[in-house]
Each structure stands twice: as structure tokens, then as C-alpha cells.
Design a protein around this ligand. Structure first.
Ligand SMILES: *Cc1c(COP(=O)(O)O)cnc(C)c1O
Length: 218
């Protein structure tokens, strides 16, 4: 399965003008596909499965920035802590505390994003607004994590207006944290293959794109 080079160039061309970071989501895809994008200059890659990201990290170039974008169990954090560049899916204080503990053991400070539940479906993980604010109050005591921003996934629907309003809601939370709570956030991670255009229009500065670049997953 080949990487879509034309789409990659088109995406990176338009994203670089807008200061949007592309995370290439390579879950289930072979090393050769990752290397193909790496050779074109891509350095940020996203994975969902702990075992897979560990193995790929061991085999692939050291300067790849590995993003963990899946649902993370607390007992797996220790495997990621030595090398992970950013963890996108923090959705509880328990998990955040464990990341802090394992980062401390490695002598690291790990950048994280808090995942907010914005979709109508209740199948997707994430914090609601109250949980988010409660977690931010508790997080102050943790010295080995740094909260860089928010991450969210919109509903899986062809209703573009619904998707837009979900992204807009996440953007408004992000802005609130910046302006009212004065948090030094930098990253709003929203948008995937099917909805990244809307996400960027609504203020995303980090998109996570898999199938558009690598082809459909089986
Ligand atoms: C798989 C995945 C993506 C990429 O999905 P595509 O539709 O293939 O672009 C983005 N974000 C998360 C959290 C994912 O699990």
C-alpha cells in the first residue's frame, strides 16, 4: 500500500501557511509507509496501540515525534514514558497522575492534551466541561507533565453543520482557558481525514490524518 504523496504535499503546503501541525496517523500501517513520509520530511506520527507504537519507535528513525492518540490504560503508561512526544487522550486525573509519575521516573516532562467529549455519540472518550475544569485545578501540583491544550473528536456524521458546531464548542473552551484562566496553551488537536477542513476553519492547529495519506485501514 503506497502513501499518497500528492495529497501529502498539498496538505503540508496549505497547513504550513496556517501554522497547522500535521500528525500522520500510521496505526496498522507498515514501516515502509512511515519511511516514505519520513523521506518527504514528515516527523510527527500518531499511533493508537501501545504495543505497536513501542515496536515502531524501536525500529524507525530516532527523530520521529511519536504522538499517542488512542485510549491509554494507566498500566501501559510506563512503556510510553521513556520516549513519547505527546499524549493526546488524557481523560482522567488518575491517568494524568500516572503519566506524571512515570515521566518523573524517566526524568522527563511529558506534554499532554486533555481529551474533551464533543461528539453526540456516547461511544467516544473524553471529559465534559465540568470534569475538564476540575482536572485543571488538580493538575497544578504535577511537575512532570505539561498541559499543552485540548483534543476532541467530532461525531462521525455527514452533517457538516453538526461537526462544525462541535469543533466550535471545543475552540470556545480552548479560548476560555487561554483568556479567563490564563493557561499557556498552544495546541488545539481536532480534525481527521473526513473533517479536517472544517476543523481548521474552526481554529484547529493540529490535525490527525490517517486514511487520506496512507489509504483505508483494513
Ligand atoms: C485513527 C484516528 C485518526 C485518523 O483517522 P483517519 O480518519 O484515518 O484520518 C485520528 N484521530 C484518532 C484519535 C484516531 O484514532
Amino acid at each position: 500500500m503506497a502513501v499518497n504523496e500528492a495529497i501529502y504535499k498539498e496538505l503540508t503546503g496549505s497547513f504550513s501557511k496556517k501554522d497547522v501541525t500535521l500528525v500522520a496517523v500510521s496505526k496498522t500501517k507498515p514501516d515502509e509507509d512511515i519511511r516514505a513520509l519520513y523521506d518527504l520530511g514528515q516527523r510527527d506520527f500518531g499511533e493508537n496501540y501501545v504495543q505497536e507504537i513501542i515496536e515502531k519507535h524501536a525500529r524507525l528513525p530516532r527523530d520521529i515525534r511519536w504522538h499517542f492518540i488512542g485510549h491509554l490504560q494507566t498500566n501501559k503508561v510506563k512503556y510510553l514514558a521513556p520516549f513519547i512526544y505527546m499524549i493526546h487522550g488524557i481523560d482522567s486525573f488518575k491517568l494524568l497522575k500516572e503519566v506524571n509519575k512515570q515521566a518523573s521516573r524517566c526524568g522527563r516532562i511529558i506534554p499532554v492534551l486533555l481529551q474533551v467529549h464533543i461528539a453526540r455519540e456516547d461511544t467516544k472518550f473524553g471529559l465534559d466541561e465540568n470534569e475538564l475544569k476540575a482536572l485543571l485545578l488538580q493538575a497544578g501540583e504535577l511537575g512532570h507533565i505539561v498541559i499543552k491544550g485540548l483534543m476532541g473528536m467530532a461525531s462521525f456524521t455527514s452533517d457538516a453543520q453538526a461537526v462544525r458546531s462541535e469543533f466550535r464548542y471545543l475552540r470556545s473552551l480552548y479560548d476560555q482557558l487561554l483568556t479567563t484562566h490564563h493557561l499557556p496553551l498552544t495546541t488545539l488537536s481536532m480534525g481527521m481525514s473526513g473533517d479536517y477542513r472544517i476543523a481548521v476553519q474552526e481554529g484547529s492547529n493540529m490535525v490527525r490524518i490517517g486514511s487520506l495519506l496512507f489509504g483505508a485501514r483494513s
